[in-house]
Ligand binder design. Structure first.
Ligand code: NAD
Ligand code: UFG
Length: 339
C-alpha cells in the first residue's frame, strides 16, 4: 500500500485524514510534535482503522528529523497539516506565526525535493479570500488576508506554486477548507481543543456537556437573516475524504491547483445552535455579546471545482456534524488519563 506522510496527523483534521487514507487503501505515516494534540490519538486511530500507524514525535521544521523519517519510508506523497492555527494569537504574535508556518512548509518541501517525493496536499483556508469578495467564494476570486495566520496560508500557497514551477513533475493541491466541525462516527477521534475553545462548535459542545455555563454569540446585528454570522460548516470526515481524492488528482496532474472544500451552503450561528440542540437533546444557554473583531458577516464556498476535479461532494449534513461532535464530546470522559 502506498505510504503517505501526514504532518500534524495527531491533530483534528490530520487524524481524520489518516483514518480516511487507511480506509482508501493508503498507509499513513504520522509526524507530529504533539504541541496541540495527544499521543493517544495514534492508539485510537489504530483501533479505528485496525492498522498499525507509524508515528514520529518530531517537529517538521527540524530538517534532520524529517530526513530520518524520509529515509525509513518510501512516500508517494505528503499531506501537510502541521502548523499554528489560532487567528487571534497570530495577530498578537505575528513573527512566531510567520516563522513557524512558513519554516514548516519550506522544511517539508526541501525534504520532499531531496528524497524525490513529488506530490503534496496542503491545508489552506477560506481565509485567503479577500473579505469583500462576493459569496460564494470561488477559486479565481481576489486573494488577501486580514491577519498573519491567513497570510501564512497565502504565502505557503505561493511558495508551493513556485516549487511546482521550478520542478516539472511536482504536483500540489492547495485545499482551501471552509469550517470543519464534527467528529468520526466511531466517537474515538474528534476535536480536542486545549483550554477555552476559540471556535463555535467546540464551545457549544462544552456548554452542552456542562463544562461552560453559556455560549456567547458574537453579535446579532450583522446584515444576515437572523443577524448572526453565516459560515460553510463541513463535516470533518467529508473533508478528510477530500484529501484521499486529492492524492489521486495530484498523481495525475502536475503543477499547483487551489480547490475549495466546503458544502456550498451556509448556516448562521443561531441555526447551528438550534441544530446542536436537536441532535443532542440538550438546551444551549446563550447570550448575545458584542461582535468579535475581524469576523465577517457571511461566506460559503462555491464547491464546483472540487466536484469537477476531485469528484468530491460533501455528503454529511449539519445534523450529522452536530450528532457526531456531541458523541465525541460525551466520549472524551472515557479518555481521562489524557486530560
Ligand atoms: P490541529 O492543531 O488540531 O492539528 C495540527 C497538528 O500539527 C497538531 O497535532 C500539532 O501538534 C501539530 N503541529 C503543529 N506544529 C507542528 C510542527 N512544527 N511539527 C510537527 N507537528 C506540528 O489543527 P487542525 O484543525 O487539525 O488544522 C490542521 C491544518 O488545517 C492546519 O494547518 C490549519 O491551519 C488548517 N486549517 C484548519 C481549519 C480549522 O478550522 N480547523 C480551517 C482551515 C485550515
Ligand atoms: N462564534 C460565536 N461564539 C463563539 C465562537 C464563535 O458566536 O464562542 C461565531 C463567530 O463569531 C463566527 C462563527 O461563530 O461568526 C464561526 O466562528 P469560528 O471561530 O468557529 O470560525 P471562523 O469562521 O471564525 O474561523 C474558522 C477557523 C479559521 C479559518 C476560518 C476560515 O477557525 O482558522 O474558519 O476558514 F481561517
Amino acid at each position: 500500500m502506498p505510504e503517505i506522510l501526514v504532518t500534524g496527523g495527531a491533530g483534528y483534521i490530520g487524524s481524520h485524514t489518516a483514518a480516511a487514507l487507511a480506509a482508501a487503501g493508503y498507509s499513513p505515516v504520522v509526524i507530529d510534535n504533539l504541541s496541540n494534540s495527544r499521543e493517544s490519538v495514534i492508539a485510537r486511530l489504530e483501533k479505528l482503522t485496525g492498522k498499525k500507524i507509524p508515528f514520529y514525535n518530531a517537529d517538521v521544521r527540524d530538517g534532520a528529523a524529517l530526513d530520518a523519517v524520509f529515509a525509513k519510508h518510501s512516500f508517494s506523497a505528503a499531506i501537510h497539516f502541521a502548523g499554528l492555527k489560532a487567528v487571534g494569537e497570530s495577530v498578537q504574535q505575528p513573527l512566531r506565526y510567520y516563522e513557524h508556518n512558513l519554516t514548516a512548509t519550506m522544511s517539508l518541501l526541501a525534504a520532499m525535493q531531496k528524497h524525490g517525493v513529488k506530490s503534496l496536499i496542503f491545508s489552506s483556508s477560506a481565509t485567503v479570500y479577500r473579505e469583500d469578495d462576493e459569496v460564494p467564494y470561488i477559486e479565481s476570486g481576489e486573494l488577501g488576508c486580514s491577519n498573519p495566520y491567513g497570510w501564512t496560508k497565502l504565502f505557503s500557497e505561493q511558495i508551493i506554486r513556485d516549487v511546482c514551477a521550478a520542478n516539472p513533475g511536482f504536483s500540489a493541491v492547495l485545499l482551501r477548507y471552509f469550517n470543519p466541525i464534527g467528529a468520526d462516527k466511531s466517537g474515538l477521534i474528534g476535536e480536542e481543543p486545549q483550554g477555552v475553545p476559540n471556535n463555535l462548535l467546540p464551545y457549544v459542545s462544552q456548554v452542552a456537556a456542562g463544562i461552560r455555563p453559556r455560549l456567547s454569540v458574537f453579535g446579532n446585528d450583522y446584515p444576515t437573516p437572523d443577524g448572526t454570522c453565516i459560515r460553510d460548516y463541513i463535516h470533518v470526515s467529508d473533508l478528510a475524504r477530500a484529501h484521499a481524492l486529492a492524492l489521486d488528482f495530484a498523481a495525475n496532474n502536475a503543477g499547483a491547483k487551489a480547490i475549495n472544500i466546503g458544502t456550498g451552503r451556509g448556516y448562521s450561528v443561531l441555526e447551528v445552535v438550534a441544530a446542536f440542540e436537536k441532535a443532542s437533546g440538550v438546551k444551549i444557554p446563550f447570550e448575545i455579546t458584542g461582535r468579535r473583531a475581524g469576523d465577517i458577516p457571511e461566506y460559503f464556498a462555491n464547491p464546483a471545482l472540487a466536484r469537477e476535479k476531485l469528484g468530491f461532494t460533501a455528503e454529511l449534513g449539519i445534523e450529522e456534524m452536530c450528532r457526531d461532535a456531541w458523541r465525541f464530546e460525551q466520549n472524551r470522559k472515557l479518555f481521562p488519563e489524557e486530560k
